[in-house]
Write a protein that binds this ligand. Sequence first.
Ligand code: CA
Ligand code: CA
Length: 81
Amino acid sequence: MERLSSTVRGETGARQMGEIHEFMADVDGDGKDDYVVAERAEDGSIITAADLDGDGIFDVVTYDEDGDGVAERSWETRPQS
Ligand SMILES: [Ca+2]
Ligand SMILES: [Ca+2]
């Protein structure tokens, strides 16, 4: 009984949390690696946020609806100047 309940609890936790990955990648193609955080949701979609200029504030957010690596939507969060 105890083994069964712990298995169920583990599966539930995995579904709720999603996978979060942090890595460096050259998102904007300027030759410098940028800090990227990506989260895969339980429905297979992937949201990424990237800090392009290294100031600690995310500048671009992308949404990959079907998780095929090609973002369907992207938003720039950089304030207009
Ligand atoms: Ca870059
Ligand atoms: Ca930034």
